[in-house]
Design a protein around this ligand. Sequence first.
Ligand SMILES: [Zn+2]
Length: 482
Amino acid sequence: MFAIYSDPLNAEQLKSEAENPTCGALVTFEGWVRNHNEGHEVTSLEYEAYSALAVAEGERILAEAKEKFGLKQAVCVHRVGHLQIGEIAVWVGVSTPHRDAAYKANRYIIDEIKVRVPIWKKEHYVTGDSGWVNCEECAKHGHKPQMDYSRQTVLPTIGKTGQEKLAQSKVLVVGAGGLGCPALAYLAGAGVGHLGIVEHDQLEASNLHRQFLYSMEGLGEKKVALAEAWLTQYNPSIAIEAFPARFQTLEVEQLAEYDLIIECTDCMDTKLLVNRAALKAGVPVVFASIYQFEGQVQVVTPDSSCLECLYEGGAPAEVPSCSVAGVLGAVPGVIGSIQALEAIKQLLQLEGRLENELLIVNLADYSMRKLKLPRNGKCPAHDTDQPLPESVDVTIDEIQLSEYQIIDIREPAEVAAEPLPCGHQHIPMNDLLNNPQQLEKDQLYLLVCAAGVRTQYTANAFRSAGYDKVYSLIGGNRVIKG
Ligand SMILES: [Zn+2]
């Protein structure tokens, strides 16, 4: 709630309005009339507001803060009229489940109110003089400057209209790694108003040479939180929504709230699921993948060819991940930047955007070409009534370990070196695949290997043979603590 009061503010009463029983933190701010400003002795103040506009803008700021910081309750009241020294001029109170978000939200609200809400201040001085304090003066003294998009709005294809469209756009970026970092950074810089980030991984030292939203200080932390912090600092006027989860946990309804998805993972299973889920949600996707010095970019819209059109029903080969194939940081840097550019072209429907094409960028010899990619009439992915394929992969955070019968499929030497610290059966992979009758079709199994690659293969083989409850643990034996 945002309101303009002409009577003195009652902080206790406002506090009770900002409280929420589900929250662990209530942070309040009181801005008082002080007895001096800019070297003048002040005796009193007058505030005037353009009320209708002020309330509308104030409500907008509170709504932004609610979305940005997960607020349960937000109250801001601004006084108008003639105020004496020591009276409260503005009061802000926010409740959130956690204190960090409450502090940040409170600060965000007061900073935005000062810059955006049309309220003017007249100071009365000891000398008998008085004067309106103008906003240019305020701007010089610590108000947050906004990002200036003039270098891109001067482009005839963008302009003011394009910039406003970008500010109203919502883009979901799946994967905040080598491709996701440049894609996110350039979209934030372009002023795309709302960015969602889906990423479940923690930061490892081997990520850093290509993933520049992170630094050594963040090792071991959740990448999605680090990316959110970087982007918020880079462009504070956009909203960031962080999903510390795998794409598999998102609902089609959540995807439908976005104008566009950018797929930045190196996992073929995820790409195929994003393809199907986005077609169901009716949201376009900018896909990309890299292999050593080569990158490929493809756009899938509800009316275009899709990722599966290419394969005529057969499963595409898994692209080896960066850890296997190797990568120079600049390669995903270029391809992720192309994804951001293509996203802007799609959002603004600019000329030259990809349509039923596969863009192949070879950075070994700097050649680029586009292949026609017509829609395949037999491609099953466009039948949006079909249920989404269920992935065999699960993370340790998504499951109750005790509900599963755990099978370690590693070789005896690996098991001896690093035994599983929980109850399990040991059946090496080949033995299990050659003798599938060792498992029961209605039993819930969790297969464990060293990383989740062998178990993914094995679980998929069992699924094809009608064992619907066989899962593969992402991360392998090391993610199981005793
Ligand atoms: Zn298709």
